[in-house]
Design a protein. Structure first.
Length: 172
């Protein structure tokens, strides 16, 4: 089916609503056949040329995301431990699953990424990483910020403030 030039595809309905939405974000290579894919959460509105941003961010990398500091300057999320504490404090997922994931994985020492916007080159390596990311989310916490940095250890960290490139309507 087409609507204003867009091809409308059926959504996944195999899981609970949260996971049905998340599978499209994480396993995007199974749903879109294109050289590049860009995931943009519903809380985000594009305000600049997405083509130019894709060209810039994926020039020498297969994946690019913003770090947590680019999202908000108010919250002090500097480490994965800070992110874990915040997820537990806010009740974003079962603390037992969160702590089990952290205990069983090693994380890079950098500011955690935030994933409402993900630029990806659609290739075999990225597809494999997407599959690992999905496995992490199915096994441990559903929080992107906890599983993404473990799976994607080599990504381009977009500098600057995300709010200069996108209009953020609110994100949980």
């Amino acid at each position: 089916m087409r609507d204003n030039g867009w091809e409308l595809l059926p959504a996944c309905d195999k899981f609970n609503p949260h996971m049905n939405a998340k599978i499209h974000k994480i396993l995007i290579h199974k749903y879109i056949d294109s050289e590049f894919t860009i995931w943009i959460d519903g809380s985000v509105e594009i305000t600049k040329s997405i083509e130019k941003m894709t060209e810039l961010f994926l020039k020498d990398h297969d994946i690019a995301v913003y770090n947590y500091r680019s999202w908000t300057r108010e919250e002090k999320i500097e480490t994965i431990e800070d992110q874990i504490a915040e997820c537990c404090r806010l009740g974003k997922d079962d603390p037992k699953r969160i702590h089990e994931q952290y205990k069983n994985n090693s994380y890079p020492k950098r500011i955690p990424p935030i994933c409402p916007i993900i630029f990806r080159r659609n290739n075999l390596q990225t597809a494999r990483l997407n599959e690992r990311w999905w496995a992490e989310i199915c096994r441990y916490s559903v929080r992107d910020q906890l599983s993404f940095p473990y799976v994607f250890t080599d990504y381009y960290e977009i500098g600057g403030n995300i709010k200069e490139d996108f209009l953020i309507k609110g994100h949980e």
